[in-house]
Write a protein that binds this ligand. Structure first.
Ligand SMILES: Cc1cc2nc3c(=O)[nH]c(=O)nc-3n(C[C@H](O)[C@H](O)[C@H](O)COP(=O)(O)O)c2cc1C
Length: 351
């Protein structure tokens, strides 16, 4: 009897297949279909930081026109407390409709007042929160440590508001990713939170106990663009990933597994049972599926589960723990194989 159960961010999952945040999870009916198809957990479509802020802004502008300062402050507070109601309704109804864990998702770039909204997601019944930091570090004035601090600040801001299991979905455009993963994926006993960053009002010198994220989702896939060389203009890139793209999460999961406390969710380019087995061997706690479900339909979840079970049977694995992380660098007798040696082997002799 094959056991596919796993724990992810402290939640009990019947299997490690998580439907990623996308259009398939933006309605209660969509969520139900994913659950019926056999998903272990579901990440809801993201609410954007701007959507929360826009609602506050709209009310604020209205108050400014009427010129009542007290009214302005009241409305600002009211607006922040209101938040996008529809999303809260989705969380509440999705929770009622299915028994698998529901992970709410916020797409953000800053650590500002939207963080308070996380409390309302918890009250609506979200089992966990995934924070998609959709921030592309492209400004020459911004240093690598400032980029790292942005990630830490966002996690700290939300943690200060609510005690929900939290995943950080992070982008690959980081100059020293292992360093950042160490900072956001591990706990620290005490220390000043940020070297140049933000600590919250009146907290500049406060020492904090730092709690890392409960999970890191590797990696966020940024909307891609392309160039139409005939029309001499920009055009949209592929909306869906290609299976080759899963080498990036595979590399980083195999390097980080056993080295960060956070759970690791593999994301991008995971299409079939073999892809899932590879990510688990590298050390992933769960995998997230999106493009494969758009391209092959939700029935793909069942096919992947069958494939995974057959593969486990062939290799005499009864549960995920029997092989998870077996091919991670931390457990390897030949850690150098994960780094330069493979590169040299691949290139030497090739003309
Ligand atoms: C149509 C579509 C909508 C998406 N919307 C979101 C979103 O709202 N929030 C988010 O974090 N990721 C979003 N994503 C990204 C996916 O969650 C996923 O991380 C990405 O597609 C890579 O996984 P894949 O290779 O399995 O597609 C979206 C992807 C697609 C294709």
């Amino acid at each position: 009897m094959i056991d596919l159960t796993t724990r992810y961010m402290g939640l009990e999952l019947k299997n490690p297949l998580v439907v990623a945040s996308c259009g398939l999870t933006k309605t209660v009916r969509g969520v139900q279909k994913c659950a019926e198809a056999g998903a272990g957990a579901i990440v809801l479509k993201s609410l954007f930081e701007e959507q929360i802020s826009a609602e506050v802004m709209e009310l604020t502008n209205h108050a400014n026109h009427t010129g009542h300062t007290e009214g302005f402050e009241y409305l600002q507070g009211y607006g922040e407390a209101l938040g996008p109601q529809d999303y809260l309704k989705l969380v509440r109804e999705a929770k009622q409709a299915v028994s698998v864990p529901i992970i709410a998702s916020i797409n953000c770039v800053h650590n500002n007042s939207w963080a308070a909204y996380a409390k309302r997601l918890a009250a609506a019944g979200a089992d966990a929160l995934e924070i998609n930091i959709g921030f592309l570090p492209r400004m020459a004035q911004m240093t690598s440590s400032e980029v790292d601090e942005r990630y830490e600040q966002i996690l700290y801001a939300v943690r200060s508001q609510v005690d929900l299991p939290m995943a950080l979905k992070v982008g690959p455009y980081i100059s020293s990713f292992a360093h950042l993963a160490d900072r956001i994926g591990n706990d620290r006993v005490a220390g000043t939170p940020f070297t140049v960053g933000w600590c919250g009002p009146g907290e500049t010198d406060k020492e904090i106990t730092w709690r890392g994220a409960d999970a890191l989702v590797l990696f966020n896939r940024f909307y891609s663009f392309d160039i139409d060389a005939d029309a001499l203009q920009l055009t949209g890139g592929s909306r869906y990933s290609a299976t080759e793209e899963n080498h990036l999460p595979l590399r980083w999961i195999s390097l980080l597994s056993g080295r960060v406390k956070s759970d690791l969710a593999a994301a991008t380019g995971i299409y079939d049972g073999r892809d899932v087995a590879k990510q688990l061997l590298a050390g992933a706690t769960v995998v997230q599926l999106c493009s494969t479900l758009y391209r092959n339909g939700l029935g793909q979840i069942g096919h992947i589960l069958e494939h995974l079970q057959d593969w486990m049977q062939i290799h005499d694995f009864a549960q995920l723990e029997d092989f998870r992380g077996r091919l991670s660098q931390a457990r390897s007798e030949y850690p150098e194989h994960f780094e330069r040696i493979q590169y040299i082997k691949a290139l030497v002799g090739i003309e």
